[in-house]
Design a protein around this ligand. Structure first.
Ligand SMILES: Cc1cc2nc3c(=O)[nH]c(=O)nc-3n(C[C@H](O)[C@H](O)[C@H](O)COP(=O)(O)OP(=O)(O)OC[C@H]3O[C@@H](n4cnc5c(N)ncnc54)[C@H](O)[C@@H]3O)c2cc1C
Length: 490
């Protein structure tokens, strides 16, 4: 999206000043935006929501091209059906609304308190610590009330309350993409702002926005399967008339005056983190104050420290989605199912059992999921979101393990299940050569969400200021421009 948007802006505003090329590593545009057909429906294997439509340029463009509504096909996330689902424990018991309502209200109030910059939510606590500390007080109050017979909650109900709270934590993990809410620092959490107005999905598919943006590009401007491996900037201009040389994995070389680099933060980290992280032997280490910043061989010369520093410090998390087509028995429709898993102790027991069992472990993988729900009211296609470690693991599971895991899980939850006819899943992390740059060793990357490694200015998005301006990083693709003569977009 970032690369196509930058190319669109340049092509629309100054096409006579340069020619441009976009080098894309995969065989399609869109990256983590990918609308696809599955189970006779349109699903979004990546981004689904426009988070807040007021002032959103994506909403403006999607509305302009008539992509926000579709009369002929139901689409993912439409019709607000999510609010009227089952809320059930893994023993198949529906959770008492008298427990659910106060716990959810309490949780939502905590979120509001944390998001309010004026609030007194302690800045020295992580989001996870804050939620847990406050919930412990809440439970203690309920226990006291139970003892003095003011509260009808039995021990069992208190455990259910905890399970409901935990499921809300799992939802917040999806929202923030954090492996653990204890990885999120409070200030970073408060800094996240979204557009106002409702969240909407794009009826004709998110990819229509990208197709529209790319329509202005000249034929052949996008080159596919061109994975950039190296960008060389000849500052003195001694070797070529073009100061920038871009080398691709297939050995091809592009030359340009200017480069805009829009690869994801994960790819940037991969190109600049120490060899111990991604086993690339060609890194040069530099010391910057107390922080070790590593410059890799992707950039020649290496990026300046003021760019490397935020790349090293900024954190991110990972999410994945899994779609499964299940024809319900008796022609019924599926209801959204909120998954309320057992208490910590029971969960531990379950984990031990799973560890002792044969490899596969799909049910374990599913135990931190928030819900499984049809993508729209009448759909037979259900979706599950994974986050953090589970998002990585979901890519390693075999088709059979996942089908078995979901079938077993739905059975345990007494969900009116049917025959699983197929599944589709996103794979953004652990491809052999990941293009979103999630590194296979989770412990090194998954603790970073929202920059708890230290505050930093987001300077990695600014151009390198110098006389000839060769690199700039937006967010996801490498772009090189050649003023007046030729322009290269990668
Ligand atoms: C499952 C999932 C669900 C999401 N849901 C939402 C949502 O509901 N709402 C929302 O706003 N956001 C959502 N997001 C986030 C959103 O998809 C991303 O923030 C956005 O798509 C990122 O766009 P980008 O252009 O920055 O990066 P990407 O989409 O990652 O694009 C990077 C591009 O660079 C290419 N590339 C990488 N390395 C190289 C190289 N060396 N050479 C050449 N090309 C290269 C890649 O192939 C890719 O095309 C979701 C993400 C995921 C994974």
């Amino acid at each position: 999206m970032a690369g196509i948007a930058a190319a669109h802006r340049l092509q629309s505003s100054a096409s006579s000043c340069f020619s441009l090329t976009i080098l894309e590593a995969s065989d399609r545009i869109g990256g983590r935006i990918w609308s696809r057909e599955f189970g006779r429906e349109r699903v979004e294997l990546g981004a689904l929501w426009i988070h807040g439509i007021d002032g959103s340029p994506i909403f403006e463009l999607a509305s302009h091209i008539g992509a926000m509504d579709s009369a002929d096909q139901p689409w993912e996330g439409q019709d607000g059906f999510l609010h009227h689902g089952l809320l059930r424990t893994e023993d198949g018991e529906d959770v008492d609304e008298k427990i659910v309502a106060p716990v959810e209200e309490f949780f939502n109030d905590l979120l509001t308190e944390m998001k309010d910059e004026q609030s007194r939510a302690p800045r020295d606590q992580t989001v996870g610590e804050f939620l847990r500390n406050r919930f412990c007080s809440f439970l203690a109050d309920q226990q006291c009330a139970a003892k003095s017979a003011q509260c009808p909650w039995s021990d069992e109900k208190l455990l259910q309350a905890e399970a409901v709270f935990r499921s809300k934590e799992y939802l917040e993990r999806i929202v923030t993409s954090a492996d653990s809410l204890s990885d999120l620092d409070m200030t970073g959490y408060q800094e996240y702002k979204q557009f106002g107005g409702e969240d909407r999905t794009i009826a004709k598919g998110y990819s229509t926005v990208l197709r529209e943006l790319s329509r202005v590009l000249p034929d052949g401007a996008i080159q596919y399967k061109k994975k950039v491996e190296k960008i060389v900037w000849d500052q003195e201009g001694t070797t070529s008339v073009y100061p920038v040389t871009v080398v691709c994995e297939d050995g091809s070389v592009e030359q340009a005056d200017h480069v805009i680099l829009t690869v994801s933060l994960g790819v940037l980290k991969q190109a600049t983190l120490p060899p111990s992280v991604n086993n690339r032997a060609t890194f040069i280490e530099e010391k910057v104050g107390d922080d070790a910043v590593i410059a890799g061989s992707f950039f020649d010369p290496p990026l300046p420290v003021w760019k490397l520093d935020p790349i090293a410090k900024l954190g991110f998390g990972v999410v994945n989605k899994l779609f499964v087509e299940i024809e319900p028995g008796n022609g019924r429709v599926h209801k959204p199912l909120r998954l309320i898993f057992k208490t910590k102790e029971e969960e531990q027991k379950q984990e031990e059992l799973a560890a002792a069992a044969a490899p596969g472990g799909c049910p374990q993988l599913l135990r931190k999921c928030f819900s499984i729900h049809p993508i729209n009211k009448m759909s037979h296609v259900l979706v599950i979101w994974f986050v953090g470690r589970e998002a990585l693991q979901s890519e390693l599971q075999t088709y059979e393990d996942i089908v078995k895991g979901i079938t077993d899980m739905l059975k345990a939850f007494h969900f009116p299940h049917g025959v699983c006819k197929g599944l589709a899943r996103s794979n953004y992390c652990l491809l052999e050569k990941p293009l979103t740059g999630i590194i296979i060793r989770p412990s090194t990357v998954l603790t970073l969400a929202n920059g708890n490694k230290g505050r930093c200015h987001v300077t990695h998005t600014e151009p390198i200021h110098c006389t000839s301006l060769p690199y700039s990083h937006f967010s996801s693709r490498v772009i090189a421009t050649r003023a007046r003569r030729s322009t290269r977009y990668l």
